[in-house]
Design a protein. Structure first.
Length: 346
């Protein structure tokens, strides 16, 4: 399932995720100024209730953390700091859920409003366990260090949240991750205290049925309804915000990739002159060519991971007349040939 943020630029989300990453880096001797380089943020802004951040800023901080961090468990340690209360009304909605079914429905419907770096996209309940599927939002490439960081952070954050929900004894029964096994794999089992399998082509964790059937710690039907109403209002507002780049990304992902429009046709669709679209994209730090490449990269990775289409067929679907041009582009995007990437991820 494709799960990629359409709106990179709008500052909509609380700074708690960035605060947690900066705090762990600071304990390793990395100054906040270094951790926040390229974001336009400062340490004081992370303490302000009025500060809102964008996906682009989250992405920049994670890139800085990967470059500056010395502890391989950095993302896990930062994620562990993310209690349910860090998510505001969304966290309150989870804590007040009257039943397990209400909790799952709430998470699946409103997970988008917290600016998650990886989002729960499905939950399947069976007789002995429940399986949650997690889609990384920042990049679709499981080989990318950004992907691993986002996944580690999110798994650790959800472990903390579930302990808030179910008690300190909660743990996952197993973890299946799409990214390859790292050199510090033993830290996963140390922190998560469960079997961990890598290179699985999907990100999932399982929890035992005992947690599904356990009573809620803070059930409150009225409070939960208030949280639902708040989150629904925020969710409806998300579709009406965003810069021009976000509008272009959304439009591209709604079209057939072989027929992506030229910039003049996209400008016409958005109701502006071509030169205006170029200028506004430039002001947001991107170009139409970059947005097209990003959409093609996302779709190419989806095709390679999800089905058995031949490379030639994928190239044609993405609008390449020459399969060699597609191979070169994919190598430029990921550092791998399509064949090698498919082999690693399947």
């Amino acid at each position: 399932m494709r799960c990629f943020p359409v709106d990179w630029e709008s500052r909509l989300y609380g700074p708690q995720k960035i605060s947690a990453i900066v705090a762990v880096l600071n304990r390793d001797g990395v100054a906040a100024e270094q951790a926040l380089e390229g974001t336009g943020l400062c340490d004081e802004m992370l303490c302000s209730t009025s500060t809102r951040i964008s996906y682009r800023q989250i992405f920049a901080v994670i890139k800085n953390a990967i470059r500056l961090g010395k502890n391989p468990a950095l993302a896990i340690l930062a994620g562990k700091e993310m209690h349910a209360t860090a998510y505001g009304m969304y966290g309150f909605g989870m804590l007040s859920s009257p039943t397990y079914e209400d909790e799952v429905q709430f998470i699946l419907k409103y997970g988008e409003i917290i600016g998650a770096v990886a989002k729960i996209s499905n939950c399947a309940c069976e007789e002995n366990n429940a399986t949650y599927t997690l889609d990384v939002v920042l990049t679709p490439d499981a080989q990318d260090p950004i992907y691993r960081f986002a996944l580690e952070f999110s798994c650790a954050a959800h472990l903390t949240i579930f302990r808030d929900l179910y008690g300190s004894n909660f743990k996952f029964s197993s973890l299946c991750l799409a990214c390859p096994k790292p050199g510090y794999a033993e830290l996963y089992e140390e922190y998560f205290d469960c079997p961990v399998n890598f290179s699985q082509g999907v990100n999932q964790w399982r929890i035992d049925a005992i947690w599904v059937d356990s009573p809620r710690k803070m059930p409150d039907a009225v409070a939960h309804l208030m949280a639902v109403e708040y989150c629904q209002k925020f969710l409806s507002e998300l579709s009406h915000v965003g810069g021009v780049a976000s509008q272009v990304r959304r439009a591209l992902l709604e079209k057939t990739p072989a027929n992506f429009p030229t910039i003049d046709l996209m400008a016409e669709e958005l109701g502006m002159q071509e030169r205006t679209l170029r200028r506004r994209l430039e002001a947001e730090g991107t170009t139409y060519r970059e947005l097209l490449a990003g959409a093609r990269k996302l779709l190419a990775i989806d095709y390679l991971r999800a089905n058995k289409l031949k490379t030639m067929d994928i190239a044609t679907r993405l609008g390449y007349s020459d399969v060699a041009n597609f191979r070169n582009a994919f190598y430029r995007w990921t550092g791998h040939t399509p064949r090698h990437y498919r082999k690693q991820n399947n």
